[in-house]
Design a binder for this molecule. Structure first.
Ligand SMILES: [Fe+2]
Length: 194
């Protein structure tokens, strides 16, 4: 049955009224929603007013610091995966497994930090191209480095995150953002130090 025939048949029956929307427009409600571009409804570096009893400026400042740590953590996660894949040498297997474990740990932190930004009413940095603009962790070569260079690159990336985390812990301690302060101390700092 053609669509036109189906349309006529459905429209003429009682049950047809219920399903009429399926035959209207470009396929009705069963059509996947593609190419529906909309306006940005919240800008990056802006805050929604969520009722968590923290002033706007405190939340804005916390989000800025969290997003820097979030960007670095996403880069560190990607570095761990890159080096997990490219690992070689006599200790290949142990390091291959170890780096994947550390990648998973960063992935867990990334989620915690991103969701803290959202809890504060901000916008978590997510797109890798945006992440690349924010991070200060040096970009590795696209090819393969020696194993010791891979490992030292990872250690240095951790130290960059640790330094930013300590600054943010101090700031959130002063500003009264105890939730962020606790997350940064108990989760981000301790895990990265380890
Ligand atoms: Fe793997």
């Amino acid at each position: 049955m053609s669509l036109m025939a189906a349309k006529g048949r459905q429209a003429s029956s009682g049950a047809g009224e219920r399903y009429k929307h399926l035959f209207e427009g470009d396929g009705g409600s069963s059509q996947p929603m593609l190419h529906r571009l909309g306006e940005e409804i919240q800008g990056f570096n802006t805050q929604r007013l969520l009722p968590i009893a923290l002033p706007h400026d405190v939340r804005a400042e916390s989000c800025q610091h969290l997003n820097r740590i979030l960007a670095d953590s996403q880069i560190l996660y990607a570095l761990y995966k890159k080096h997990h894949w490219l690992m070689r040498g006599l200790t290949f297997y142990q390091l291959h497994l170890l780096l994947d474990k550390h990648a998973e740990e960063q992935l867990a932190l990334i989620d915690l930090v991103a969701e803290r930004v959202q809890t504060l009413g901000g916008v978590a940095v997510g797109d890798p191209r945006h992440v690349a603009e924010i991070t200060t962790i040096p970009r590795p070569p696209d090819g393969v480095e020696e194993v010791v260079a891979m490992l030292s690159r990872l250690l240095e990336a951790h130290e960059i995150i640790i330094a930013k985390t300590r600054d943010a812990i101090e700031l959130t301690g002063r500003s009264g953002d105890a939730g962020t302060n606790d997350l940064l101390t108990s989760d981000v700092l301790r895990r990265n130090e380890l």
